[in-house]
Design a protein around this ligand. Structure first.
Ligand code: GCU
Length: 352
């Protein structure tokens, strides 16, 4: 049944991976997210504050990360929260809507919940940065956008910039002995779920990508998608993408790929796709079918992709066995405790 539903979407066939990895990255960069500049410099972290918190259970630090760019040094803040009892600790690198002071950057602050103590108690650290500390979520060319020359129809958009920043945090984390370098995930919710996927697709040092309700231009197939379309997203948020992406509005079938290519680039590592039943704008069915369609890339490499019964899931469906994990939970567009517990369970099971 699932194969029939996928066939109806008329998806371009997956290229063979990892042999064609560079070509697939090129396709996605050229047509959707824009090209990411290469980076060879060194990232330094200055500890601005350091304290033991959560009643002695956690180390909390505020770090100012700095790195060289073609237009001078660029810096942004990162929050590091590590369980003191686990060394080195696996971490969630979470791209966040929250600022360090927990100020509202926009309404998303209210519905993006991170149950810190519970994550710590499961033996994981949380490293986070506020995406707008890198560059604003607007058409303004500011922050990191000013540090690199922008280029033409396939110049990078803001999703690419936020993803690039997460890779610089990864550079920094690899210098820390208290972080388990083999177990660093990158996660985000909604627009930042799209960002987490693009980040892990490019940066193979992440053991896991977690996207919660990333929908259009994230974990959802474009062809046959309900809810948000390329026209919707490129009219409201053109600056998230390269300019060329808008030319596919209303003709998604002309895209030389679909979003299963993005998930496939994460093989043979792990990826977790979270959907919410009532989040029709993101379209849970298209997210699920995307995970299923990407599975053959994992299987080609000899590892299982999504392991699922041959039916569409109904709410409160948790699929953890393959290298692609999937959750369809009840409820709406929100990042909640239920999501985090699923991520923890998936990580524990796969030891990623
Ligand atoms: C809008 C946008 C989505 C995005 C979401 C979010 O709804 O259309 O593509 O995922 O914002 O980031 O919350």
């Amino acid at each position: 049944m699932l194969n029939e539903l996928i066939t109806e979407r008329k998806l371009p066939a997956l290229p063979s991976l990892p042999a064609e990895r560079q070509e697939v990255l090129h396709l996605l960069a050229e047509n959707e997210y824009g090209f990411t500049p290469s980076f060879e410099g060194e990232v330094s972290g200055f500890t601005e504050s350091h304290e033991i918190t959560y009643g002695g259970k956690a180390l909390s630090e505020r770090i100012l990360l700095s790195f060289p760019t073609p237009h001078g040094t660029f810096s942004f803040r990162v929050r590091v929260l590590l369980p003191v009892e686990v060394k080195p600790a696996p971490v969630f690198l979470h791209i966040s809507f929250h600022t360090e002071e927990n100020k509202a950057v926009n309404d998303h602050r209210i519905v993006e919940h991170v149950p810190e103590e519970e994550i710590l108690d499961h033996g994981y650290g949380i490293v986070s940065f506020c995406y707008e500390d890198v560059t604003s979520d607007s058409g303004r060319w500011d922050g990191l956008a000013l540090a690199y020359p922008s280029g033409g129809d396939s110049g990078w958009g803001k999703i690419g910039m936020w993803a690039f920043a997460a890779s610089r945090v990864m550079d920094y984390l690899l210098t820390r002995e208290d972080v388990d370098s083999t177990r660093i995930s990158v996660s985000g919710w909604s627009r930042l779920g799209k960002t987490a996927l693009w980040c892990a697709a490019q940066d193979e040092r992440f053991s896991l990508a977690i996207s919660t309700e990333s929908g259009c231009s994230g974990a959802a197939l474009q062809r046959g998608k309900g809810g948000e379309t390329v026209r919707d997203i490129t009219s409201r948020f053109p600056y998230w993408f390269c300019r060329k992406y808008a030319s596919f509005a209303g003709c998604e079938d002309k895209l030389p790929f679909d979003q299963h290519y993005l998930l496939a680039l994460i093989a043979p590592r792990t990826v977790f796709v979270g959907s919410a039943e009532k989040d029709l704008w993101a379209d849970p069915v298209s997210e699920f079918l995307c995970a299923k369609a990407a599975s053959s890339a994992f299987e080609q490499i000899g590892v299982p992709g999504l392991i699922t019964p041959d039916v569409l899931p109904s709410a409160e469906c948790d699929l953890y066995d393959g290298r692609i994990g999937y959750l369809l939970r009840r409820g709406e567009h929100w990042l909640m405790r239920r999501d985090w517990l699923a991520h923890i369970r998936f990580r524990d099971l796969h030891h990623v």
